[in-house]
Design a protein around this ligand. Sequence first.
Ligand SMILES: O=P(O)(O)OC[C@H]1O[C@H](OP(=O)(O)OP(=O)(O)O)[C@H](O)[C@@H]1O
Ligand SMILES: O=C(O)c1cc(=O)[nH]c(=O)[nH]1
Length: 196
Amino acid sequence: MTSSSFAAAAQHNDPEVSRLSDLISQHAVVRGRVTLSSGKEADYYVDLRRVTLHHEAAPLVGRVMLKMLDDAGMEYSAVGGLTMGADPVGTAMLHAAAAQRRELDAFVVRKAAKSYGMGRQVEGPSIKGRKVVVLEDTSTTGGSALQAVEGVRAAGGDVQAVAVIVDRDTGAKEKIEAEAGVPCFYAYSKADLGLD
Ligand SMILES: O=P(O)(O)OC[C@H]1O[C@H](OP(=O)(O)OP(=O)(O)O)[C@H](O)[C@@H]1O
Ligand SMILES: O=C(O)c1cc(=O)[nH]c(=O)[nH]1
């Protein structure tokens, strides 16, 4: 599969895009045999929680993801995805947008609706009738992103796109686009991180 990441186009003239790439390589990439969420085995893991919760990297995540979606001409008023990988991505984007005086809400999609209280699967300000972008930290099979899209649609959200920090180049983008019917953008490919 060929790379069509935001970073491949932007990192040579955007220091924030290249700095975030360095931080991902430094803190998140773990080489070695590992079992993935899907049950598949792989030779490396990208533990993006070590980046999305990192003091320097998290603000960059927010700004780079906003830039990627701006670049693609996306319009939306809320972002979020399946807990927990997507959670700090959404809040990073919310804070980056607020610093630019933009009104962007975040939401969290639970893996199952809560069985008490408000009984919601999608937490945060209501997304009913609103244009939203579904987030993901890493995608392998695309299953988690598709589960989030389903939850968001059940809550009345109008999904405009899926946005991922690192795509592992294992067919997730194609699967998400085919099954959800929206574009899938990713900031970094495995090639951008020297993982080919
Ligand atoms: O494309 P997929 O095959 O769905 O794999 C990617 C998902 O796997 C990881 O989450 P994980 O399932 O480990 O759960 P967590 O976010 O709760 O840690 C990651 O944060 C993605 O959400
Ligand atoms: O497929 C996964 O479970 C997965 C892969 C990866 O690189 N990083 C991650 O957090 N999850």
